[in-house]
Design a protein around this ligand. Sequence first.
Ligand code: C5P
Length: 221
Amino acid sequence: MIIAIDGPAGSGKSTVARQVAAKLRFRYIETGSMYRAVAWKARQRGIDLGDRERVAEVARGLDLEFVPRPEGQSLLVDGENASPVLKDEEVGRGAAVVAAYKEVRDIMTAKQREIGRSGNVVMDGRDIGTIVFPEADWKFFLDADPAERGRRRYLELKGKNQVVDLDVIVEQVKQRDHEDRNRPIAPLRPARDAILVDTTHLRIEEVVDEVARRIQAAPAS
Ligand code: C5P
């Protein structure tokens, strides 16, 4: 079974996807971290993210491996645990730049399909229900008010002891969404058959219960 959970930054999709996967004993794959890894690695090598050719070359040569850990999941990038640095908002903004390149998307989409081949996976991202697995058994699209999404990102980053300004984070989150929704390839949008969940006024546990309840209550179509 493949469960696709898409949505913008701060919609709660990663937390929900991780908890739903744990509940069902499925694997959890956070595809945003793959685009973040490309941006991070390219910057590490001093490559300008506007240099499409060289960024694509980085994506092609990247060794990505998801490793389940008790505290969550780590992404090994060329053998190095990059998860802590990948969460930076700066890296997220870089990810949105490289994610707009077709060459990069083709490579990541192929990797994601390969991971999904063995089944029983919850995958979150922007285009999982529309492009990566249009035949997914379940598709959810989580969304929330931009101000609330910015507030969640702010609290998450603050919790990691980063010095952040709420207004700046809200603006950055809005900007990244605008780019994701308006890019020509694989834009952020719900699949026609996705179940829409507005998480603005919901607690994470309520969203997890709602998603798990639907999956467990009905046979997948
Ligand atoms: O989900 P996360 O915030 O980590 O994603 C970072 C960026 O990666 C997004 O803003 C988006 O540009 C890109 N992304 C994407 N397709 C996905 C997952 C993430 O384009 N499936």
